[in-house]
Design a protein around this ligand. Sequence first.
Ligand SMILES: [Zn+2]
Length: 159
Amino acid sequence: MSQPRLIDGLQFARGAETLKGSLDLSRLPRLAEMRCVIQCLSYELRGRTDVQGRCWLQVSGDGALTLECQRCLKPVTFPLAFRAELLLAESEREIEAADDEFDRVLASKAMHVDRLVEDEVILALPMVPRHEQCSDGQGGTKAGKPSPFAELAKLKRIQ
Ligand SMILES: [Zn+2]
């Protein structure tokens, strides 16, 4: 196995660097634990600075992944697309003291690219993965009101 991809966060942002790649599930133990199988996922990292000299990392990706349906336990495939703007913080204290709405990540000279992408994939996962309609007809939501979880999952997918 090759070495993990690392970036020097601040240097990457200041140099307005970009990096493209695709995820390798064998590097992503947290997703594997969730029985999440990535069908394909290409990602892009972009560094930039703003007028205030702050350093940002944009992490975006799209692809498809398979999870276990919570109703019939068979695989269900979801499209996956995300884009996050992360403000690079130079210390934990800066992150704790922040009182705005920006997402921050601690900058270091050796940031794991796969882990950054994996964090965003986890945030983008459906909360309750389920088929719209399970093929074997099992599950209790066929008749009557849809469960609130199904409604939530639908909303989340539309966003
Ligand atoms: Zn199902």
